[in-house]
Structures are given as structure tokens and as C-alpha cells.
Design a protein around this ligand. Structure first.
Ligand SMILES: CC(C)(COP(=O)(O)OP(=O)(O)OC[C@H]1O[C@@H](n2cnc3c(N)ncnc32)[C@H](O)[C@@H]1OP(=O)(O)O)[C@@H](O)C(=O)NCCC(=O)NCCS
Length: 185
């Protein structure tokens, strides 16, 4: 994977004061374990997959070490952020580009808000912020996928409100449906 690609599209801002006592920081060596803990708490079904926060977060900090996993995942760009209060992660967001996609397409990765912090507009603000960063990085279309699992139902309302429309559905082995959504930036 060409290193220039990772550098070219990086969002330079190191941290952003997102709200009182909430700091939005890039994923880094000190917050990665807390970020994985939150992601695995919210997406427990994905822990054992290759497409999991543990592998994708570690690979984003160390792409050379995880080059074969990244090739299998089809990812050639990732950047992730952790919304923190002190050392505690309360929300996550990320951008990913897939090797086979056109250059203007970016995927939203591991977007979530801790259960204790929901319905305070954090999700809306973080999604707005992420789309703005994607646009600033030159992307023109954002895609994401969710499932029809009950714990992801609130996200459907949020994504519809932001203009993400379903363009594809897949049935998984357990009967759950994967919903792929897209939105112009
Ligand atoms: C989806 C998620 C990020 C929303 O975070 P949030 O901080 O609660 O979002 P907001 O407070 O900005 O709420 C946005 C809207 O979503 C809808 N919504 C959120 N929680 C809801 C709930 N429990 N019941 C019904 N609607 C809900 C509402 O329409 C809400 O707007 P409103 O408060 O004006 O009615 C959060 O619920 C979450 O992390 N869910 C689990 C992970 C997930 O599904 N991620 C997406 C899949 S990749």
C-alpha cells in the first residue's frame, strides 16, 4: 500500500473541543484500547470478524504491520476519531476508502455513541462533523452499512434524516439484513 495515500488524505487537526468536557481526538496509541472497548461493547456481533474494530483500528495506526489484513478488507485509507471525556471514550467515528471504489467515495466507519450519552444530539453533531471532514478531504459521496438488528434501529432514523438512502441490501447467514446507504456530500 503506498504510504503517500495515507498521508495525502489525513485530516490534520489533532484535536477538537467538541462540547464542554468533550474532546474529539484522532485515534492514537493512548486511546486505542478505550476506543476498541467502546466499539466492541456497541458492536459485539463483529468482535470475531476480520471486519472488526479491533483489527481495523490497529491496522489504521500500523498499516505496514497489518498490510495483509488491509488487503483482504480492501481498505487503502482509514482515519478514526474518538470523542472523549477525560480518558473515557463516549463516541466514535471514522472514514475509510476501499480499494475498489472510485476516489470520491468514502465509507463511514464504526460510528456510534455510548448508550449512556444518547439522545443528546451527540450522534447528529458527530455525523455532521464527519461529513464536513470528508468533504474537506475531497470526497463527494459517503456510504455506510448498518443492519436490521434492533440495537441499530435508532441509527436508521438518524441516517434517513441526514439523507442517507438505501441502495443495496444483503441477507446475512443468520437472517439479519445488511443495509447499505449512500449520501452525496
Ligand atoms: C445511532 C446513534 C449514533 C445516535 O446517537 P445519539 O447521540 O443518540 O443521536 P442524537 O441524539 O443526535 O439523535 C438523533 C435522532 O436519532 C433518533 N433517535 C436516536 N435515539 C433514538 C431512540 N432511542 N428512539 C427513537 N429515535 C431515536 C431520533 O430521531 C433523534 O432525533 P431527536 O432526538 O430529535 O428525536 C446511537 O444510537 C448509536 O450509537 N447506536 C448504536 C450504534 C449504531 O447503530 N451505529 C450505526 C451503525 S454503523
Amino acid at each position: 500500500m503506498p504510504l503517500w495515500h495515507w498521508r495525502k488524505k489525513e485530516w490534520d487537526s489533532v484535536s477538537t473541543i467538541f462540547a464542554t468536557e468533550l474532546l474529539l481526538e484522532r485515534l492514537h496509541a493512548e486511546n486505542i484500547e478505550e476506543a476498541i472497548r467502546l466499539a466492541e461493547e456497541i458492536f459485539p456481533h463483529d468482535i470475531s470478524h476480520l471486519e472488526s474494530p479491533g483489527i481495523e483500528y490497529r491496522a489504521s495506526l500500523n498499516p505496514e504491520l497489518y498490510s495483509s489484513e488491509l488487503a483482504t478488507l480492501g481498505l487503502d485509507f482509514q482515519q478514526h476519531w474518538v470523542l472523549q471525556t477525560g480518558e473515557r471514550a463516549v463516541a466514535l467515528t471514522g472514514l475509510q476508502h476501499k480499494i475498489g471504489d472510485l476516489p470520491h467515495i468514502v465509507w463511514l466507519g464504526w460510528f456510534c455513541v455510548a448508550a449512556s450519552e444518547r439522545r443528546r444530539k451527540l450522534g447528529s453533531r458527530l455525523l455532521r462533523w464527519t461529513t464536513e471532514v470528508a468533504r474537506a478531504l475531497g470526497y463527494r459521496e459517503m456510504r455506510l452499512w448498518t443492519t436490521t438488528l434492533a440495537e441499530e434501529s435508532q441509527a436508521q432514523v438518524l441516517y434517513e434524516r441526514f439523507g442517507f438512502r438505501i441502495f443495496c441490501e444483503e441477507v446475512e447467514f443468520d437472517g439479519t439484513r445488511r443495509l447499505y446507504r449512500t449520501c452525496s456530500l
